[in-house]
Design a protein around this ligand. Structure first.
Ligand SMILES: C[S@@+](CC[C@H](N)C(=O)[O-])C[C@H]1O[C@@H](n2cnc3c(N)ncnc32)[C@H](O)[C@@H]1O
Length: 270
């Protein structure tokens, strides 16, 4: 893809052909249902077009100004001593957060991101791991931080991710939710839409705390974008009540059974 991009830039019509081919390749990856390939393609082609961060326009210093400060306060207020940031993306804005003495693990499904982050930011208390949120066994931590991720997942993958977080026996989760929305749409994993975790089909309880990001993207149409802070045991209880308890089991990791379980969930959802 890199060579094709260089040739395309030299000839006037080729950029259009290049973009069409690139987009078609992306659609092909999404149909493949292989999450790692989908997000690796997004990363390689810079499909989110982030000027500063490969994680897209929501991860600039401006868009993360509020949470950079609030995350640090929350770490203090709730005595967080270790956290899993999944997905960590390129760690672009997280490098500005005062993590204090928190033992930090950043994880992402794109291997190249993990290699780059390890090289640039890895240290004693900061490490990066290649992990799939929906399938891999997650470490038990005080805080699972999951920003701008579930908004890219199908309903089935969101349930798998939440169940996997519950299985980790971690304490709290801080994750993206748009509290003003009345309806959630299902999508293919890799696309994007707004998501309210308190309404159907998730029905999570009211979060213990909500950090409103003060998002200014789209001329303010995403002003309800926030990070909900839940006790994971409350999420486990809520999922169990809604009959998705089959996803929360003693077997770990989920990887071997994940595809079957997605299929089972789809049947259940219909
Ligand atoms: C929009 S970025 C957000 C990154 C970061 N949380 C931030 O706020 O800047 C979404 C990230 O999710 C990662 N991702 C997607 N699916 C994943 C999965 N199943 N497990 C782990 N990471 C995933 C992508 O590779 C990408 O880096």
């Amino acid at each position: 893809m890199g060579k094709l991009k260089k040739i395309a830039k030299k000839l006037p019509v080729l950029p259009f052909v290049y973009r069409a081919l690139r987009n078609e390749y992306g659609r092909y990856q999404m149909r493949s249902n292989n999450t790692e390939k989908v997000f690796t393609w997004i990363y390689r082609s810079d499909a989110w077009g982030g000027k500063y961060s490969r994680s897209g326009p929501g991860s600039t210093v401006d868009q993360t100004r509020v949470i950079t400060k609030e995350l640090s306060s929350l770490i203090n207020d709730f005595n967080i001593s270790n956290m899993l940031d999944i997905p960590c993306g390129d760690f672009y804005w997280m490098k500005n957060v005062n993590l204090g003495n928190v033992d930090y693990t950043g994880a992402d499904i794109v291997k190249k991101l993990i290699q780059e982050c390890t090289k640039r930011y890895g240290s004693d208390g900061i490490r990066f791991r290649h992990m799939n949120l929906t399938q891999d066994q997650l470490p038990q931590v005080d805080l699972v931080f999951c920003r701008d991720c579930l908004v890219h997942f199908s309903f089935a993958d969101i349930f798998l991710a939440l169940a996997n977080v519950c299985n980790s026996q971690s304490k709290y989760i801080l994750t993206t939710t748009f509290t003003g929305r009345k309806v959630n749409d299902d999508i293919a994993t890799g696309k994007w839409r707004v998501l309210n975790l308190e309404i159907a089909p998730f029905f999570l309880p009211e979060p213990l705390k909500l950090i409103v990001e003060r998002c200014t993207e789209g001329d303010g149409i995403f002003e309800d974008k926030g990070l909900g802070f839940w006790r994971i045991s409350d999420i486990r209880k809520s999922l169990a009540e809604r009959n998705v308890a089959g996803l929360i089991g003693s077997e770990r990791p989920l990887s071997a059974k994940a595809d079957d379980r997605v299929r089972e969930f789809r049947q259940f959802a219909i």
